[in-house]
Design a protein around this ligand. Structure first.
Ligand SMILES: [Zn+2]
Ligand SMILES: [Zn+2]
Ligand SMILES: [Zn+2]
Length: 322
């Protein structure tokens, strides 16, 4: 199978003699194999897991809400407050605290809003600009202490691994690129970048929105090789390695992610998802991946590394635009 060109179809699967609509593609960023198998969907538009409804007293006991600052570990810093605000008191817009149950040496939680919002889709753009600034501030601190990667991600909904319903992100300080990003790095080098090629050759019907920032553009598109229904890709058109070095572009990307969440929730209901930043300090092309968790990855995905997606990207884009 020839996998040299981005997103190229690598074959068709016969389906044991039945006339088949299966299509195999290779993701140009990761090399991951994806089989589009729309016939496998139980019924169109039905993928199962939705965000759990709010518990009756959820907002009253939420440690991330303004007024309960003493219920989190002491904050590292907060943004949007007045100059005379004391740490761990109300009056902030975005707040950064250590993770209470860290799996890594350094792991922070960024609380996206002082009021009880359950989804990134509810966070307004001016808050998301502060979120981008908070991520960049933590990155500066990580670099200053000799770490060379900051992994940023958002889990929303229990099916996506979130332990708290109040919208938040997490930041993990690492020495070197984590494996998924290291696997992409050689494919995203300046001059032969698979993401530049993907964006240049993108089917315009897959693009959902874009934002201009000065001379640059950040776009939101349905991934042409998404591993699950409605997988979205958010990236600057310019080949830029480091999102933390340009917070305006990062803020635009987060605003587009929130727009993607709103579009997804409008058609499927409140949906669990993961968003992560693939960032490259030296050479690479940073991007956000938004993976809805409406389906469950099973043996074929986790054991074989072959992802079966029951919704064709064009069909996903048509729904998300509608
Ligand atoms: Zn809350
Ligand atoms: Zn590029
Ligand atoms: Zn990636």
């Amino acid at each position: 199978m020839d996998r040299s060109s981005p997103g190229e179809e690598t074959g068709e699967v016969g389906g044991e003699g039945r006339g088949s609509d299966l299509r195999i593609v290779s993701d140009p960023l990761s090399g991951r194999e994806v089989i589009f198998a729309p016939g496998r969907a139980r019924r169109p538009g039905s993928y199962g897991a939705l965000l759990e409804p709010a518990a009756p007293d959820e907002a009253e006991v939420c440690p991330f809400c303004e007024g309960r600052e003493r219920e989190t570990p002491p904050e590292l810093f907060a943004l949007g407050g007045s100059d005379d605000r004391e740490p761990d008191t109300p009056g902030w817009k975005v707040r950064v605290v250590p993770n209470l149950y860290p799996a890594f040496e350094r792991q922070q939680v960024v609380i996206h809003t002082p009021t009880h919002a359950r989804s990134l889709g509810e966070i307004p753009d001016n808050q998301l600009a502060l979120l981008a600034a908070a991520w960049a501030e933590v990155a500066e601190r990580a670099w200053a202490q000799g770490f060379d990667h900051l992994f940023a991600f958002i889990n929303e909904g229990k099916a996506a691994g979130a332990s708290r319903p109040h919208s938040h992100s997490q930041l993990i300080w690492l020495d070197g690129l984590p494996p998924e990003i290291a696997a992409e790095a050689p494919r995203l080098r300046q001059g032969s970048c698979a993401l530049c090629a993907l964006l240049d050759g993108l089917d315009p019907t897959l693009k959902l929105a874009e934002r201009k920032v000065g001379e640059s553009t950040v776009s939101l598109a349905v991934s042409p090789t998404g591993r699950a229904p409605y997988e979205l890709l958010i990236a600057p058109s310019e080949h830029l390695p480091d999102a933390f070095g340009c917070t305006e572009l990062l803020a635009a990307a987060l605003a587009l992610a929130a727009e993607g969440v709103r579009r997804l929730n409008a058609i499927e209901g409140p949906s669990p998802f993961n968003i992560w930043l693939h960032n490259f300090q030296r050479d690479g092309h940073w991007h956000l991946e938004l993976l809805p968790r409406l389906n469950v990855f099973a043996g074929i995905e986790l054991g074989a590394g072959i992802f079966v997606n029951t919704l064709e990207p064009k069909a996903a884009a048509a729904r998300l635009r509608g």
